[in-house]
Design a protein around this ligand. Structure first.
Ligand code: HEM
Length: 526
């Protein structure tokens, strides 16, 4: 059959591609071509041989361990040689379905992320792993959409997050004073606890819920200019959002027929509670949208005539996504410093004299910056980026290697494992073991003028790069910098494993023993 006619059938006859690829799939031949040859992973065979206990796809019994699912693509670890690219690139293909390509090769991650966008032939962000998010927020969001709709969303919703907006003197001052107020409340609560505590001079605490409450207050009250009492944020909205996020993860895997939560009958307590929490999330969204007409917070930077209803999905995605990502980032940074007293002391020496967290002061805190970079490298908040090939396409890496990817392929850019592999970040390349938390690694790369070669992908890469980077970094630097200035803390557990859902977090919820460095005079945090 002439190629043109075949292409016509591929593009216009539903199911043609599926039938066309069946013989190749049944023969077990690779769908890929080029210099990079991903290694085939079998869905079931060799599970026990892989030894890590997970199948390489999500199902009801393993979906809470997504990092293990990704790891299953690379077991037995490093068995294949580098020659064909099978060591860091693997695929799963079940007859009748499109292939799934997993890559932990930073060069390929970079090439595919660069080629993701709205231009013809570019990759899409694969909506499949975000179906639960889309059902909870709506599909018309910057996060979920592709093509022209994504471009439009990006144009209107990114200016308020830009560095130039956030770092305007007045804007910044508002952030800072709001932040100090929050810290003061937290300190008072902590002082009370210390007074009640049997442990002289210290308290054992799970910090993650506290970090989350502070960050949600920053987002809703300072960024969106709402005026929600702190107690409500902590006791009502943070727990509600945790339940909604948990539902999103479960819903993505289990709800294959796509019933929206509001249509699910409340036949058990979990569904009834999830519905109540989803209603609280809606209420929080109402509160942060209500401030738009008064131009409060950063709303005055938002130039659009779109009615409030048209923004709702994006606001919900921002609230949930930003809270997840910033909580992950700040939690990991504190969890790492709690296990590295030398690094904690170095950060303390740097921040102890910072009174106002001005943009200049933050820029001057170089070691804190390296701690934050190392945090995103070793424990990135978003641990994989989903992509989908919109056409049959070639990608080329910076070192000239090519890979042909067929249309419809689901691609997982596995930054979690890329960032932790000795081949990419180990002693031979950066001077320090890849699995160790060493902020000095960044200083070394900087002095060797090699920092730009090494991307941790913590905020993504290419056109779908995170628009909230400046806001997120600002919030996290403020939280971590102030926390180190005020408290000395050490981890209760020396191991620091991850749990993962929408984002990654320390499995122990950042359980630390902490004590005030000095008693803080109220006016210094007022
Ligand atoms: C500081 C913590 C944050 C981290 C680590 C982070 C990380 C990321 C990453 C890795 C991506 C790219 C995902 C991909 O390529 O598939 C991304 C995209 C995105 N982030 Fe963030 N983010 C953070 C904070 C925020 C904040 C504060 C907001 C908004 C208020 C935000 C909104 C978004 C949106 C809307 C996208 C999608 C952009 C697009 O598809 O064009 N993020 N983020």
């Amino acid at each position: 059959m002439p190629g043109g006619f075949l292409n016509f059938l591929r593009d216009h006859l539903p199911g043609f591609r599926r039938i066309e690829r069946l013989p190749r799939q049944l023969l077990g031949r690779s769908p890929f071509a080029g210099d990079i040859q991903p290694r085939r992973v079998r869905a079931f065979w060799g599970r026990w041989g892989r030894g890590k206990g997970s199948l390489p796809f999500p199902h009801p019994w393993n979906y809470r361990e997504p990092i293990g699912i990704m790891e299953a693509f690379f077991c037995p670890d490093d068995a294949e040689g580098e020659a064909g690219g099978g060591k860091h690139n693997a695929y799963l293909e079940v007859p009748g379905f499109a292939p799934i390509l997993m890559t932990r090769d930073p060069r390929l991650i970079r090439a595919i992320a660069t080629e993701t966008g709205d231009k013809p032939g570019q990759f899409d962000r694969d909506p499949m792993p975000s179906t639960g998010i889309a059902r909870a927020t709506g599909t018309d969001t910057l996060l979920y959409s592709n093509g022209a709709q994504w471009k439009h969303q990006k144009k209107i919703s990114t200016p308020p997050f830009a560095r130039t907006t956030l770092f305007q003197v007045e804007q910044f001052h508002e952030f800072e004073s709001g932040f100090r107020k929050t810290v003061r409340q937290r300190l008072e609560a902590l002082q009370e606890r210390q007074a009640e505590s049997a442990q002289a001079g210290g308290v054992r605490i799970r910090l993650e819920p506290e970090i989350k409450a502070v960050l949600l207050e920053l987002l809703s009250n300072i960024f969106f200019g709402a005026d929600i009492p702190y107690a409500q944020i902590r006791e009502r909205y943070v727990p509600a959002m945790e339940v909604v996020i948990d539902h999103i993860v479960r819903d993505t895997v289990m709800n294959k027929i796509g019933i929206p939560l509001r249509r699910m009958p409340s036949f058990n307590r979990r569904i009834a509670r999830t519905k109540a929490c989803a209603a609280d999330f809606e209420h929080l969204t109402d509160l942060v949208i209500a401030t738009r007409k008064e131009g409060k917070g950063l709303w005055d930077q938002f130039k659009s005539d779109a009615p409030d209803a048209a923004l709702r999905s994006n606001i919900k995605a921002f609230l949930a996504g930003a809270l997840e990502a910033t909580t992950s980032y700040a939690s990991w940074a504190i969890a790492h410093l709690a296990r590295n007293t030398a690094a904690q002391e170095k950060v303390f020496q740097e921040v102890k004299d910072i009174e106002d967290y001005t943009p200049q002061a933050l820029d001057g805190a170089k070691y804190l910056g390296q701690v934050l970079d190392e945090t995103l490298r070793l424990t990135p908040a978003l641990y994989f980026f989903p992509r989908k090939a919109t056409v049959d396409t070639w990608v080329e890496t910076a070192d000239g290697k090519k890979l042909w990817i067929p249309k419809g392929t689901h691609i997982l850019l596995d930054v979690w494992h890329a960032n932790r592999h000795e081949d990419h970040w180990g002693v031979a390349v950066t001077g320090y073991p890849a699995m160790d938390f060493v902020p000095e690694r960044w200083e070394k790369l900087r002095t060797q003028d090699r920092a730009k070669e090494f991307l941790h992908f913590g905020f993504g890469h290419g056109p779908r790069f995170c628009p909230g980077k400046s806001l997120g970094q600002l919030e996290v630097a403020l939280v971590v910098g102030t926390f180190v200035k005020l408290f000395e803390f050490s981890a209760v557990n020396q191991e620091n494993p991850a749990r993962a859902g929408v984002s990654t977090k320390p499995a122990d919820g950042v359980l630390v023993d902490m004590k005030l460095r000095t008693r803080i005079p109220a006016e210094s945090v007022a």
